[in-house]
Ligand binder design. Structure first.
Ligand code: SAM
Length: 235
């Protein structure tokens, strides 16, 4: 069972997210374990301060090193495993880009500790001496690493057998970055008649139809069509 420990100063952000959906079911089935930790618990002063002014001046506050150091050391003890099967992830917009293959590699671990930053960032010594890897979920700057942690848990968990209730695409379970997108999906109704709208992308198209091949009942042809579409999408 893979264990995810998330360190954040806003633990309540995760409350509803991990309590609904397949992530909750996966936890009940003991396929994964997700624990959220309030970083302030490891602050040493009575006000639970976890940030301070930047050395050298400048705007904003920087998250302090000591509470993170203590949190990570304590959390490491919660799961017995080897150094190779545990990763300490620090979220930062300058980190390595997160891809499907990263999710696949993480899904093979026993223990994932994630550090979510806030404010102007985190004392650089966390990246240098504590984290195994710095990850970015995209080329934009978020207000905090919490969304990134959710992205990692969700994209990784769905690769763990038994969580989705269906086999994953072969392409999802590889260390390559291609081939993980599924074919196009349609459901009822067979024909949808939109209200006329001149500004619409579908201007002039009166009937929005499901591709005929999917209604043909010819499973071999449908499989070929899907395989063809997948190839195009994954190019
Ligand atoms: N000044 C910081 C910098 O340029 O790195 C930005 C800090 S940002 C406001 C606060 C936190 O949000 C970061 O420490 C990081 O944990 C998280 N964050 C922001 N953008 C992110 C991204 N694209 N991927 C992952 N984490 C991100």
């Amino acid at each position: 069972m893979i264990r995810f420990d998330i360190i954040s100063i806003f633990p309540e952000i995760f409350d509803s997210y991990f309590k609904v959906s397949l992530i909750d079911k996966a936890q009940k089935k003991k396929l994964i374990k997700v624990k959220i930790h309030d970083l302030r618990k490891w602050a040493t002063d009575k006000h639970h301060i976890i940030d301070d002014r930047p050395y050298g001046g400048g705007i904003g506050m920087v998250m302090k090193l000591e509470p993170i150091y203590k949190a990570v050391n304590e959390i490491k003890k919660l799961k017995k495993t080897t150094k190779r099967k545990r990763k300490i992830i620090l979220f930062t917009p300058r980190g390595k880009s997160y891809h499907q293959k990263t999710a696949y590699n993480i899904s093979k671990l026993d223990h994932v500790i994630m550090i979510c930053g806030r404010y102007e960032g985190i004392d650089e010594r966390v990246a240098k001496y504590i984290a195994d890897v710095e990850l970015s979920i995209g080329d934009y700057v978020l207000m905090g690493g919490e969304l990134a942690a959710m992205v990692v848990v969700e994209s990784t968990a769905r690769l763990i057998p038994g969580i989705l209730g269906k086999p994953q695409l072969l392409g999802e379970r590889t260390t390559k970055d291609k081939g993980f997108i599924e074919y196009l999906q349609y459901t009822r109704p067979e024909v949808f008649k939109p209200r006329p709208n001149r500004s619409s992308k579908a201007r002039g198209v009166k009937n929005w139809r499901v591709p005929k091949i999917l209604l043909s009942g010819d499973h071999k042809k449908i499989a070929e069509w899907r395989a063809e579409r997948r190839k195009i999408i994954n190019k």
